[in-house]
Design a protein around this ligand. Structure first.
Ligand code: ADP
Length: 391
């Protein structure tokens, strides 16, 4: 800007001064216009007002909500000139509180949208300060969250219904499995008597088949009851001291016929100094070993099964490895096999019986006892399941 002589301005000086001031006014007007345009287009509803509650400005959202034609119509009006008294009182109470305490607040407010439908707003309200740090008004920003709220409510309702349906299903399955087990046990008992008395070899073979299928069905029912009990948390952990070698002997007694029938080699080995007595949940440990060893037998056509027990972590951890030379598990299925009702279809073209529940129970039991399980396996190369448990 050119020099301006304040004491005795010439006509030229005055003309220059006026020109400069006109330019500044134009610049400031442009800036105000730009700011107004920005505020007007900010999404949501924005307003600011003085301490007496009179609006000083607002964006387009507020204009549309209050059915005025421009923000200029709202400036100078209080909430009581815009909303019905009850609604205005409710909002004004909050605004007065924020200006009195000088503490910003975020809250949900109930009102109406621009079409007059009930709406929920998420509001953030902040006190405005002057240079002396005194509260001179309030800035409010509100967003319509009605759709989000409705979706949340629908989701909560759907979750509740799904939980109820799941609980009903669990109870139904548990009751059904339980009720079916009793007559089935009776049928299998009589079938065994019938087999013992039957002299005709062919008839006995048919009865044996019926007995095998019946036992398969009983096993499934037992597993379903077990999974349901696990899911409902009805299987308490019972820790006790017991002789693990006795437990292994019981287990081998059960497994031996099928190992012999398939002509497999079987080795059970204990690490040197392996403790005879350990503390854990013996029924869970029995079920874990039973599942892993019967799987090893089931999925091994020839070769060997090895079960190795060792102690680690200065006797605080039991480690068991069940290794077979069976059909193996492809690497991309190592996680899937532990999921409920998960079996690998290739193994299931009628050759291997099972329902894909066993490993899920095994993993759940091991987790319950604070342990871990891992599988190391390759297709056609055999599998090694290794688990460890704190004892
Ligand atoms: P299933 O009753 O089908 O044996 P599991 O949950 O015990 O159910 O096992 C799930 C699947 O994991 C089996 O169907 C099988 O495909 C695979 N699997 C488990 N153990 C072995 C193993 N030792 N060798 C090969 N495949 C196995």
């Amino acid at each position: 800007m050119a020099e301006f002589n304040v004491q005795s301005p010439t006509e030229h000086d005055l003309k220059q001064r006026v020109e400069y001031l006109q330019q500044r006014v134009q610049q400031l007007e442009e800036q105000v216009h730009c700011l107004n345009s920005i505020i007007s287009h900010i999404p949501g509803n924005i307003y600011w007002k003085d301490k007496s509650g009179k609006h000083l400005g607002c964006n387009q959202g507020i204009v549309e909500l209050s059915h005025f034609s421009s923000s200029a119509d709202i400036v100078g009006k209080t909430l009581f000139n815009i909303l019905d008294t009850a609604h205005a009182l409710e909002i004004d109470k909050v605004d007065q509180r924020i200006m009195a305490t000088a503490v910003p607040e975020t809250l949900e407010e109930h009102g109406f949208d621009k079409h007059g439908n009930p709406a929920v707003y998420l509001s953030k309200k902040t006190p405005l300060f002057n240079e002396q740090n005194e509260v001179i008004g309030l800035l409010g920003m509100t967003f319509d969250i009605t759709e989000r709220k409705q979706a949340e409510m629908a989701l909560a309702q759907a979750k509740m219904e799904a939980e109820l349906a799941n609980q009903t299903k669990t109870e139904f399955l548990q009751n059904m499995s339980h009720d079916m087990r009793t007559p089935l046990n009776g049928m299998l008992g009589y079938l065994q008597i019938l087999i013992l008395r039957e002299r005709d070899k062919q008839k006995r073979q048919v009865l044996d088949e019926i007995l095998a299928s019946g036992r398969g069905l009983l096993k499934l029912l037992n597993e379903i009851i077990e999974v349901m009990s696990l899911q409902s948390g009805k299987l308490p952990i019972k820790l006790s001291e017991f002789n693990i070698k006795t437990l292994m002997d019981e287990l081998m007694h059960l497994m031996w016929p099928s190992i012999k029938q398939k002509g497999l080699k079987f080795t059970l080995s204990y690490q040197e100094d392996f403790p005879a007595v350990i503390t854990t949940d013996s029924s869970r440990l029995f079920r874990i070993l039973l599942n892993l060893i019967s799987n090893a037998i089931k999925f091994t056509l020839q070769g060997e099964i090895r079960v190795e027990l060792s102690c680690h972590d200065q006797g605080r951890s039991l480690q068991v490895m069940v290794k077979d030379t069976g059909i193996g598990i492809p690497a991309d299925k190592h996680t899937q096999i532990f999921e409920n009702f998960s079996r690998l279809s290739a193994s299931y073209q009628g050759i291997y019986k099972g329902y894909g529940i066993g490993l899920h129970i095994v993993k759940q039991f091991i987790t319950d006892l604070g342990g871990q399980i891992a599988v190391n396996s390759e297709l056609n190369q055999g599998s090694a399941f290794t688990f460890s448990l704190p004892i």
